[in-house]
Design a protein around this ligand. Structure first.
Ligand code: EPZ
Length: 422
């Protein structure tokens, strides 16, 4: 198993380019199943989750060519509509093939994804939406078995009682080939949803309310979509935010290229509260970090609020602020696995329910720690960059799922970081 060793205490400098967004690429790859032909994708990040989903599509019969940041996916040759446990258990986002498979082929079986480190993460809202569109759904043997009515899914009015990114994505894809109009109320508004809507629009689907919480999809009535132009994945807002936090915690000045500033506004705002300054031009951003960071108060929320995917990284930064910070996690019930590991590095974090109080410490000290989930792992990397001495982070396969060339990018900024095997 791979581990990372980080010698802390080095300032960062220079510039790096942000990769395509994993969480935008996953629904986009799933949506290629709606096309009875070839779709070209660009700016895919080099991360394990992308390779896992491409492998799933290949297992279903798609022809996939993947090199550098591009992929060509031909879904005219799909032979199977069963997404098996072996793949779905590796990555929850595989559930995103449910909507497109069902709407295009009229039936499918997808393994239940199960819980994960950050919480229970049910898919009840995905299933309710598909049922509202006429699907018959049965859970048997660990699989969701879904069948569309004769003639295909029917447009419906779907009201999500909780905002769900994946649920909105599955519904959008299912609705794109349904008969009639589907209205999604209380839809997620994340940039990744907007990208998916724009892709569906480019495939010939009429969609109203893109980027709002009320989206209307005029289904194609069973006609497969056709994506003639390449789909370019948007920049990863969480990767960008993570590197801005890396600069803040090491009191450094760095520049990020290929960033969508609007997508990272809430992260910029919180770093400004902590005393950081920014210079912004088009799609690049430079951060200037203060010698002493101010405390910060954060409550996670759906976009455009403060992202839960940046909560762990800010917690790491807040450990070295001048006063106590408070972070409340509102989206997931168990997304504080990094707390005990950060405390191993010398942090003083106290948890009560879904709120963490981060009491400031003068220094963090290198230690052996364990990565527990993707963003928790990146928080450990940030803390290690600022700690005195060397930190060894085990189980970094979590990081490889979502950060493109993490140690290469950090090394190019002057960090002392190496990967080893044990
Ligand atoms: C997406 O997960 C992201 N994953 C997550 O990124 C991110 O943390 C999350 O959205 C919230 O922003 C991808 O895009 C692949 P949700 P998703 O459905 O779609 C509950 C990362 O580190 N819920 O919006 O699974 C759920 O339990 C990750 O990159 C139901 O109750 O999140 C959670 O409490 C991890 N029933 C809340 O809603 C459902 O049917 C939001 O979940 C669905 C969700």
């Amino acid at each position: 198993m791979d581990f990372l060793e980080i010698e802390g205490g080095h300032k960062l400098f220079g510039e790096i380019t942000i990769s395509g967004a994993k969480n935008a690429a996953l629904p986009v790859i799933s949506a290629t199943l709606l096309c009875n032909g070839t779709t070209q994708l660009k700016n895919l990040p080099h991360v394990v989750d992308i390779r896992t989903l491409l492998k799933l599509l290949q297992m279903l019969g798609a022809n996939v060519e993947y090199s550098n940041e591009s992929a060509t996916i031909d879904c005219s040759s799909i032979k199977s509509t069963k997404a098996v446990y072996e793949i779905v258990s590796q990555m929850r986002a595989s559930i995103l093939v449910l909507g497109p498979l069902l709407t295009r082929f009229g039936e499918c079986e997808v393994s239940l994804p199960g819980g994960c480190a950050i919480g229970q993460r049910p898919i009840d809202l995905h299933l309710k939406a598909l049922e509202a569109m006429g699907a018959k759904i049965e859970i048997k043997g660990g699989y969701v078995r879904a069948e569309a009515p004769k003639g295909g899914l029917r447009g419906a009015k779907i009201v999500f009682d909780k905002i769900t990114v994946g649920g909105t994505e599955n519904t959008l894809m299912a609705a794109s080939m349904a008969n009639g109009v589907t209205e999604i109320i209380n839809a997620a508004r994340e940039p990744e949803i907007v990208q998916l809507c724009q892709m569906l629009q480019s495939g010939g689907v009429e969609i109203e309310g893109v980027g709002t919480s009320r989206i209307k999809v005029h289904g194609s009535g069973g006609k497969p979509l056709c994506f003639e132009n390449p789909i370019e994945i948007i920049p990863d807002r969480i990767e960008a935010g993570t590197y801005l936090c890396a600069a803040a915690i090491t009191k450094s000045d760095i520049t990020l290229k290929s960033v969508n500033i609007e997508h990272i506004q809430s992260t910029i705002d919180k770093l400004e509260d902590m005393g950081c300054h920014f210079q912004i031009s088009d799609n690049s951003i430079s951060i200037h970090s203060p010698e002493e960071l101010k405390e910060v108060n954060i409550v996670t929320a759906e976009y455009p609020g403060f992202p839960t995917d940046m909560q762990a990284q800010f917690m790491a930064v807040a450990t070295l602020a001048r006063d106590e910070s408070l972070i409340e996690e509102r989206l997931f019930e168990n997304r504080f696995m990094h707390v005990s590991e950060l405390n191993r590095l010398g942090a003083d974090i106290w948890l009560k329910g879904n709120t963490a109080a981060i009491r400031p410490v003068k220094k963090l000290y290198g230690a052996d720690v364990m990565a527990t989930d993707l963003r928790a792992s990146s928080a450990l990397v940030l803390a290690a960059l600022a700690a005195e001495g060397t930190t060894k982070i085990r189980r970094i396969y979590h990081l490889d799922r979502g950060y493109d060339n993490l140690e290469g990018k950090l090394s190019s900024l002057g960090a002392v970081i190496t990967r080893g095997k044990e």
